[in-house]
Design a protein around this ligand. Structure first.
Ligand code: FNR
Length: 190
């Protein structure tokens, strides 16, 4: 595949519903290489430590830098994004002027057992993306509510037909979005 995307999952717990959604999304983005980039091992961002960059930060930055687009799949913690995800964003955004997120097309999926589907986290993350200069896919929006283990089989596959359809349409829309942004950039290049 000529295009690649990374999925960053906002939950670091084993058995994460968002990770299950992310695994499904990986298979749902047509003609793209897709992989999950891990964030659990990133030390808390401290500019002082960047004088001798910790290896997990370097690894994370390298992996994000190498992809054409970033898909965030995250739970909502206290109506915002989990600290682990915010930390990953902070790590990738620095040193100043060297953000690995800049200009990369993005999409945001939030999933929750609750009814609101992580709406608050979804929009807090959009606010970060403004400053990160990431063009974020606007539609379709993805606030996945009432997500539970019941919607997945033992193999992690989605058993809920409606959810499966939704994830596939999101995957297709994101593939188109990444291609559109990339084509636009190539058309503008000197
Ligand atoms: C939550 N949860 C939660 N859910 C929600 O819809 N809105 C919220 O504001 C919060 N706040 C919150 C804070 C903290 C600290 C935790 C641990 C949890 C519940 C959350 O959606 C639920 O635990 C999900 O299963 C977390 O996603 P993963 O880990 O399954 O991907």
């Amino acid at each position: 595949a000529s295009h690649s995307i990374a999925i960053i999952v906002g939950s670091i717990r084993e058995g994460s519903l968002n990770r299950k959604v992310a695994r499904m999304m990986c298979g749902a983005v047509p003609d793209f290489d897709c992989r999950i980039i891990e964030i659990a091992d990133l030390p808390l961002y401290d500019p002082d430590l960047d004088k001798e960059t910790p290896e997990p930060w370097a690894r994370f930055r390298r992996e994000v830098a190498g992809v054409d687009g970033v898909l965030f799949v995250t739970p909502e913690y206290n109506r915002s994004i989990p600290a682990a995800l915010k930390n990953a964003i902070d790590v990738g955004s620095r040193p100043y002027g060297k953000s690995v997120f800049a200009k990369k097309p993005a999409a945001i999926v939030t999933a929750s057992p609750g009814a609101l589907g992580g709406f608050g986290a979804n929009h807090h993350l959009r606010q970060c993306c403004v400053f990160l200069d990431m063009p974020v896919m606007q539609q379709p929006e993805a606030y996945l509510g009432h997500i539970s283990d019941d919607k997945f089989g033992d193999d992690g596959q989605v058993t809920d037909e409606g959810l499966s359809k939704l994830l596939h349409s999101l995957g297709h829309a994101f593939a188109d979005w990444v291609k559109l942004i990339r084509a636009g950039r190539e058309a503008l290049a000197p």
